[in-house]
Design a binder for this molecule. Structure first.
Ligand code: PGA
Length: 252
């Protein structure tokens, strides 16, 4: 297996002191600096400077959770890709289902954000995924295709990006997709990427997200088209996030 990418999405959690405690424990774990796993932590915007001060730890990078599609201007409360880059980020999540559903972000907007991220020299981690209603109506593939088509239309020249498959029904619910369900969609995404991007499509890393825990990480990460994980709840404690990193490292 290629080097897994394991991403922490802290969402709207943690103050500075809690972030420092996390990084003190996390950064001294030898597996983190061993290079077997690529670790990315995406904290809230207020914690980016604190997080960036630990980014000299080998194999640890910092990411934003969202960005505005514009470069700068009168957009009160927003943050641009260049600002994230300036704060020490190398990655940024775009199109997380909480953004798509709670803040009504369309696939076209998500594609614009991915493009803005690349323009700011950030690698976008583009999240896609179906709702329970979509799955029950056998629309999973159709939904994923539509979400990715927008990305291909708006940003055909993205130098580099990552795709995270996160079934909405599995996020924060404890209801993880079975490894077979996740693999089926990952194989479909891989096929779409190759159809649209040719050989380059094989180089895009595909992550699974949605109720990943230390207990289920191994069975997910051993699927042929799952190359890493996007972890919410289980990334808030250094100990549980490290257990997931250790599972990834054992597969190398
Ligand atoms: P979860 O969140 O691991 O808590 O389900 C994943 C995510 O929202 O990225």
């Amino acid at each position: 297996m290629i080097r897994p990418i394991i991403v922490a999405n802290w969402k709207m959690n943690k103050n500075t002191q809690e972030a420092i405690s996390f990084f003190k424990e996390f950064c001294t774990d030898p597996t983190v600096s061993s290079g077997q796993v690529s670790c990315i932590v995406c904290p809230a915007t207020t914690l980016l400077h604190t997080a960036a001060s630990y980014a000299d730890t080998p194999n640890l990078s910092i990411g934003g959770q969202n960005l505005n599609e514009k470069e700068k201007g009168a957009f009160t409360g927003e943050i641009s890709g260049t600002m994230l880059r300036d704060a020490g980020c190398k990655f940024v999540l775009v199109g997380h289902s909480e953004r798509r559903h709670l803040y009504r972000e369309s696939s076209d907007l998500v594609a614009k954000k991915a493009f803005a991220a690349a323009h700011a020299n950030l690698i976008p981690i583009v999240c896609v995924g179906e709702t329970l209603v979509d799955r029950q109506g056998n629309k999973t593939f159709q939904v994923i295709r539509t979400q990715l088509n927008a990305l291909f239309n708006e940003a055909p020249f993205l130098a580099s990006f990552i795709v995270a498959y996160e079934p909405v029904w599995a996020i924060g619910t404890g209801q993880v997709a079975t490894p077979e369900q996740a693999q089926e969609v990952h194989a479909f995404i891989r096929q779409l990427l190759v159809e649209r991007l040719g050989e380059k499509g094989r180089l895009i890393s595909l992550l699974y997200g949605g109720s990943v825990t230390p207990e289920n990480a191994k069975s997910l990460l051993t699927q042929p088209d799952i190359e890493g994980a996007l972890v919410g709840g289980a990334s808030l404690q250094a100990a549980s996030f490290l257990q997931i990193i250790h599972e990834g490292a054992r597969l190398c």
